[in-house]
Design a protein around this ligand. Sequence first.
Ligand SMILES: [Zn+2]
Length: 225
Amino acid sequence: MIYSNDGNAAALYAHRVHFGADCFSRSSVSAIVGTGLGGGIVQWGRVVEGTSGQAGELGHVSIPMEGLLEPGQPVPRCNCGVTGDAESVASLTGIEHNLLPYFLSRFPDHELASLQPVSRAARAIRSYGEARDPMAVAIFTQQAAALGRLFTIAANLLDADAYFVGGGVVETGRAFQEWFLATVRKSTTLRPESAAKAVFGLVPDLDMAGARGAAMAALEAVCAG
Ligand SMILES: [Zn+2]
């Protein structure tokens, strides 16, 4: 098997670590929030690759923006040219291009308003989130809501056993991780039968390179066993 990207490797790793010996009878969806929004779908222990290796490109799935954006907030645009896809909100690029410019217009006296270029301010926002800064909380609430809407779509397609969140957005202290994951969960609409069974968790081993290597090792162990 050839991995088309780190998102798939991280997804496989999260699946394998979480389900252990049950991994071949379970399915999961992982969203990895970094510069972009990557991820992967694992069905019965195997990454779903698709006809051209493009399956699990979660970032460019269009999600409903109604109720996610504030009144008057411009619809976020993604680098791929689409407006209102998951990555346009739930990625570092989405913060830099869409969320931060809008929220700084609402919080003009915020410390980050004077930090240039805006890419630096975008990277700094996570520590403000951990400190429960109101603007940062508003930004990460929208990101979590975007992931919840994405998982809602995934649930209707797959009815997965687990939904995992990884990447830079959760490379934080435990309290922020728990709040973020709970906000994602709250924003995901599952049918009652699914809600009773599905689990939400973090992709373990938050370093992407580490996750990739570990995924390879995990796969080899599976094949060897
Ligand atoms: Zn896109």
